[in-house]
Write a protein that binds this ligand. Sequence first.
Ligand code: KG4
Ligand code: ZN
Length: 336
Amino acid sequence: MTDRPRPLRILGIDTSCDDTGVGIVELTPDGRVTVLANRVWSQAVHAQYGGVMPELASREHVERIDQIMEGALHEAGLSVTDIGAVAATSGPGLVGALLVGLMYGKGLAQALNVPFHAAHHLEGHIFAAASEADLRAPFLALVVSGGHTHLFDVPRDGEYVLVGATRDDAAGEAFDKVARLAGLGYPGGPAISEAATRGDPNAVPFKEPLKGQSGFDFSFSGLKTAALLAYRAGATPENLAASFQRAAVQTLVNTTVRAAQATGRRTVVVSGGVAANRALRDAFAATGLHVVFPGKGLNTDNGAMIALAGAAAIQAGRPASALDGGATAYAPLANA
Ligand code: KG4
Ligand code: ZN
């Protein structure tokens, strides 16, 4: 008599920056994945400094990770012995912060005697969208977060070709900086999108950055300076927010659509914190491409996206990671 194939529960951990994230996904033998739990502790301690303090981030991860894992197991209705594989982010990110989740994940996998998968943070952001659709190459992936604005072509599963990236600020960073200069608060993305609902997107005629380029890069620092000048010239925070958002969305969507035309890809994954933006989602939906966004709560940093990346690695037959691998601050995803 053979064992009936059972669902595999994968626990994912992300401690790459200032969010302690633990998530659990279920991978069924027919290849379907379901998010069972997603718990995130967002560290408030950094707000008083106006930026993330790496040493404080590491300490908070140490203090919170047990509680966040217990919360995730409770949310999934599981006990720790139901976990069949563990995935944790090994990079890129703040090394001290990464080490907390990475060591925790390795220790857990060893104690449970289950496979461990080291995950790339950006692959996690991309596979966050696997909560909504069966993600099979080929597709394009736009990762837009506080630290990244990267456009990848994924011609085959597990193969990433960087086709464009920001030349200066990341998209989320630009939202944060414009929100700050207009006194709209932190984090800037949600503040800008909320204020934009009360503003006129045509009030400030921002130019689309790098318009006319033949490549697929992005640039946000000129837009940020133009926003500062417009604010000093008397634009209201609401009009500034709406106009900046229009220009930022336009450059992200237009460049991605051109890349889709150039590569012939029909499916585009849009993920990372900025993918939560309503105007961006609406503009992408109007392109006619098959656009996949992460499910609710999976845009910004979280552990479920790392569990989803782990599930993809397992499905692709990638071997488990060695337990002596370290954390890396800089780790390019593109392998071409
Ligand atoms: O992915 P994430 O949590 O962290 C990084 O890996 O960087 O992204 C955080 C970024 C912040 O810059 C935040 O302002 C932005 O995502 N963000 C948004 C929205 N929600 C979060 N940007 C635009 N619109 C939003 N609704
Ligand atoms: Zn991230």
